[in-house]
Every structure is written in structure tokens, then in C-alpha cells.
Design a protein around this ligand. Structure first.
Ligand code: FMN
Length: 370
């Protein structure tokens, strides 16, 4: 059955700050340049929120040369990405993902705001100073990623006290299923205590009681089909953030061979690696992860000092994550690290972003090929 033949109830729009996202789907930021302007614009054009991951954007840009100013190049590359996304999607909602653990977090936030990002989604640490860095454009919605009610309370209290501002929404990322860096220690992974089913209702209840429902809760991790979205909404979430689902799309900004790896993946091919950022990361089994597990030598020369705290730079342990993710995005699957959520194995073929939206909403996309 084709997606447009399925009759589905309409999904409610997602309101975040000044913005209404017609379809309550945020595309999760995927660094390094797995989600850049092409993917973000395609999602924006379908009525979701497209998100450019800001980490290390410069690495394949005209602005970066080895040994030169990596951080300055990132600023220029982000400005370009935002402008290109806006060109491709003049009316879509476009935001950025800025990671606290990155040394140019402040620059990435300031540049996002200056170049018109409508949302900033921020995790990999608690974005305690985000309102300060984004202050020049108050209409940019600020959306922290958290992994517990405790973190949500702490952050909101701090923002209220220091900045007289509360988050415009919050993304709960389920460490049991999400891709990339996970906000828990290895020993805490796979605990029901941190699952969507446990934490989302707690957050929803807290937002309703303490903030009159003004902080919409968005859930991320393991969302693939309409059933998953309906389940998230039943738990009280107002929207979902989906990342892995968008990897095998023609519009995803990674190399074709990167995407093909997902189509070939089978059960048991999703693994946990120890990232130099000091967090576990979920990735696809690959020659690179096999080398890591065997203890063979992998690329470990720090070239950009990109992370605030880095075991590769400081303790000469693990590997250079910027290089490993960059290589994967470029299609070097021998030396590249491929981040993914647990849903990696569900990819069967390449799709257009409009096909995915058509399947999830049951509505014919205005961008569908005839
Ligand atoms: C390839 C890849 C790269 C990611 N990079 C980032 C990132 O740069 N910043 C971030 O906050 N989250 C990152 N994530 C996490 C996603 O934004 C998202 O929250 C999570 O993967 C949701 O789970 P799902 O992939 O099952 O949909 C990444 C995930 C993947 C799969």
C-alpha cells in the first residue's frame, strides 16, 4: 500500500516559543555534517523542523585548511549552511544543534542566532548559559536536551533565576535507543529508569504542574514509524525528534557509501563505543569499531582541540572523534565512525524525505514526485 493511500488522523502541530511546526517532527541534529543544509531544508519543506548540526562544519569547507584556524572556519561554514538551508526552504522552520561539550559552543550559538536560526537544540552537557549566548535574538527558541527530570528541574531553575527565561521546549533523549553520544554512563545504559516510558510522563506532569504546560516535551530515541509517534503523543509528548530515520534519504548530507552501510546492516550490528568525550556512543559495527574493540591502532592525533574535555588529547586514549566522524561522513568506512540509533537495521532502501513524511502523516506531500 502506498503511503498516500493510508488514512491517518492528522498529527497536531507543535508550538515552540513563537513558532508553529506544522508536523510535530524535529529532525535530530547529526554531526559531523550528516545533517547539514540539504537535509534540514528538506525536512523544513515538509512541515517538520530541520536541524543543522553545527559541530565541525568547516572540515569539508573552503574555509578550513589543516593547521589554520579551525574555530573561525566553523563560524563561516555555519553561516553558509544556514543561508543555503534558507535558500532551499524559504518558509520552513530551520534550527541548529549546538553541543555544550564542544569548545566553540558559544560561537556556534551566537552565529546561529545572528544568521536567523529559529530554534537552537542543545545537549551533550547541560546548556546552562545558552540564554546568555542567544540573548541578541529573543525569538530564537531555546530547546535543551535532557535525560532526566532532575536535569530538567535544575536547568529550568537556573535559567529562571539568572535569565528570567524558561526553555521553550525540552527534548528527552532516551539513552536506550538514541544515536551518537548518550547522556549516561555505560553502567546506567539500558536501565528502565531512564526510558521514554518512565521519564516522559514525569516531565509532562512536571511541565503541566509547574509551568502550566508551557514547556512542551519532545521525545527522541527509537522513533521510526507512525505507531512510535502515536505512542509518544499518548505518553504526553507534544512532538518527536527523529534522527536515524533520516539517514537513508537522498537529501541526507553524508556520502552515499555511508548511507548504503545502513541498508546492509543486520541484527547485532549496533554497538556501544567509549567516546573520547567521556560518554558512551551508539554506533554501527564497522572496520573502525572492530579495530577499537581489538585494541588495534586507530587515528588518534588531535588536530583541532575541538572538545572541552577529551581523553584523546589529554590522556592519549581512545581516538580522535572529529576525524573519525568526518571520515565516515566522507565515505571512508575503513577509518570512519558511523553513529546511529538502535533503529539502524530498519533501513531497507533509499527514500526521499517527502516519502517519509507522507508515510508518517498519511498526507500527500506538496513536494512529492508525480
Ligand atoms: C549520525 C548521528 C549523529 C548525531 N549527532 C548528534 C549531534 O551532533 N548532536 C546531538 O545533540 N545529537 C546527535 N545525535 C543524536 C540525534 O540528534 C537524536 O537525538 C537521536 O539519535 C535520536 O534517536 P534516533 O536516531 O533513534 O531517532 C546524532 C545521532 C546520529 C544517528
Amino acid at each position: 500500500m502506498t503511503a498516500d493511500a493510508i488514512s491517518l488522523s492528522p498529527l497536531p502541530p507543535l508550538r515552540i516559543g513563537d513558532y508553529t511546526i506544522p508536523v510535530p517532527i524535529i529532525q535530530g541534529g547529526m554531526g559531523i555534517r550528516v545533517s547539514a543544509h540539504r537535509l534540514a531544508a528538506a525536512v523544513g519543506n515538509e512541515g517538520g523542523a530541520g536541524v543543522i548540526a553545527t559541530v565541525a562544519l568547516s572540515l569539508a569547507s573552503q574555509y578550513y585548511q589543516k593547521g589554520k584556524d579551525y574555530f573561525r572556519a566553523n563560524i563561516k561554514a555555519l553561516a553558509d549552511e544556514l543561508a543555503w538551508a534558507r535558500e532551499l526552504s524559504p518558509t520552513g522552520i530551520i534550527g541548529t544543534n549546538c553541543m555544550v561539550a564542544i569548545r566553540d559552543f558559544e560561537d556556534m550559538v551566537r552565529t546561529s542566532v545572528e544568521h536567523g536560526a529559529q530554534l537552537i537544540i542543545s545537549g551533550a552537557g547541560l546548556p546552562l548559559r545558552l540564554p546568555e549566548f542567544a540573548a541578541s535574538r529573543p525569538q530564537t527558541a531555546l530547546v535543551p536536551i535532557i535525560s532526566s527530570l532532575r536535569a530538567a528541574k535544575l536547568l529550568t531553575k537556573r535559567w529562571s533565576k539568572l535569565y528570567k527565561r524558561i526553555p521553550d521546549a525540552m527534548v528527552f533523549e532516551d539513552p536506550n535507543t538514541a544515536g551518537g553520544h548518550l547522556g549516561l554512563n555505560r553502567s546506567e545504559l539500558f536501565s528502565p529508569e531512564y526510558s521514554t516510558e518512565r521519564v516522559v510522563p514525569q516531565l509532562v506532569e512536571w511541565s503541566r504542574k509547574e509551568y502550566g504546560d508551557e514547556i512542551p516535551i519532545i521525545t527522541a530515541g527509537g522513533i521510526w514509524d507512525r505507531q512510535d509517534i502515536d505512542h509518544a503523543l499518548d505518553l504526553g509528548a507534544k512532538g518527536v525528534q527523529m534522527a536515524s530515520r533520516f539517514i537513508c534519504t537522498f537529501e541526507c548530507d553524508a556520502a552515499e557509501s555511508f548511507k548504503e552501510t545502513f541498508i546492509k546492516a543486520g541484527e547485532g550490528d549496533v554497538v556501544i563505543v567509549d567516546s573520547p568525550a567521556g560518554l558512551p556512543g551508539r554506533a554501527l559495527l564497522s572496520p573502525f569499531t572492530s579495530k577499537l574493540f581489538r585494541g588495534s591502532e586507530v587515528y588518534s592525533k588531535c588536530f583541532a582541540t575541538c572538545l572541552e574535555a577529551c581523553r584523546c588529547r589529554e590522556e592519549k586514549e581512545t581516538f580522535c572523534i572529529a576525524e573519525a566522524l568526518h571520515r565516515a561522513q566522507q565515505g571512508d568506512l575503513e577509518e570512519g565512525l558511523i553513529f546511529t540509533g538502535t533503529n539502524a537495521v530498519r533501513h531497507k532502501r533509499m527514500m526521499h524525505v517527502w516519502e517519509i513524511f507522507q508515510e508518517l502523516t498519511g498526507r500527500k506531500s506538496p513536494n512529492a514526485c508525480p
